[in-house]
Design a protein around this ligand. Sequence first.
Ligand code: DGT
Ligand code: MG
Length: 403
Amino acid sequence: ETNEAEKVVFSVPSYACQRRISLDNHNTIFTDALSLLAEKAELSNEDGRGVAFRRAAAVLKSLPRTVTDMEQLKGLPCLGDHSQRVIKDILENGVSSEVKLTTQNERFKALKVLTGIFGVGTKTADRWFREGIRNLTQLRNSAPSLNRAQQAGLEHYDDLNQAVTKDEADAIGEIVEKAVLAVSPRSEVTLTGGFRRGKLTGHDVDFLITHPEEGKEVGLMPKVVSWLESRGYLLYQKTTRNSYLESEDGPGRPSSNMDRFERCFSIFRLEKTERLNAKKPEALAENGAQPQEDVTCSISGHMQLQDKDSQDEQPTGDKLWRAVRVDLVVSPISQFAFALLGWTGSKLFERELRRWAGHEKAMSLSSHALYDNNQNIYLRAASEEEIFAHLGLEYIHPFERNA
Ligand code: DGT
Ligand code: MG
């Protein structure tokens, strides 16, 4: 009888955007393995295979219990032969032999360290690997020409590969809000990305900025950036301007997943005192907030493979600040709901929303708009709820978009 219960059969809808996936994952032993293989595929320019592994992982993340038997996977979507082999291997041997081989693979190890540098993508990392560069020391000694982003990335490598905590994200949120309100008092700042999905740590902090009056957001970004820069908050920044309105396919026609908002990729200098103040109950009480319990954070899986050479290069014990990656995006209010939905993630959730829109509804969804290809009209929305409704999907709360 208990055996029957053990072998409970799961039922899962095909698209990740139809599922509620909280952070409470009962199958990390499998999803960590599948995510690592997805990463390996992405580092080898096998994006299709990468997505297949990510979809398989998202199915297992949505299950209410730990998988204990291959029988339970019958009828589940997105589990191809390869993913099933990996799961079976783990069920039978406790580990996946393919994962084990991958973590020992020289190319994988080197590419992980090298793409861990802000500003370095797979192509660059692969070229360096082929030139014989395996780690940061070799990279520093071989002195290839680095662009400004890569120089900053290399300089702050350790900090940027250390998980950002929610407290740090909140401390940065206060600084960004101060900057935005100083240059435009009625503007609004919203925390997006993983932290909006309830994650306790992240690789960066993402913010969306808008103004309640359409058009008043124009010109905001440079002002915010100079406010921050003049006060020494930025170690690096690169702003890309809004290319949406003047783009060839015109406003709203989302011909690609490329996002065209004005965006600032930055590295913040976060004072440790600022972080401590944000944590202090007194400081919180001043702002009328409730004291929070300290949250213990763990460094997420993809950050564990650190380059050993770089760790003991400079003693960081007495450093009074740390570098944090921060992304700022400015959206006009008319596109805010789409931008919020598009920037909250997860990446797979976004991909699945677009796939659902295209394949099931003949609609094109972007972070700017939703276009109905049958009616040939744009569908307006003032909230995320309205976008889900247009798409014929049940509303999924940000905390449940952790596909
Ligand atoms: P993490 O690693 O803890 O920062 O996790 P997330 O989920 O915050 O990931 P992140 O910061 O890379 O991206 C947040 C979301 O923003 C992601 O789910 C999709 C969206 N996003 C990121 N980069 C782009 C982009 O270049 N264009 C568009 N449209 N969306 C993007
Ligand atoms: Mg993020």
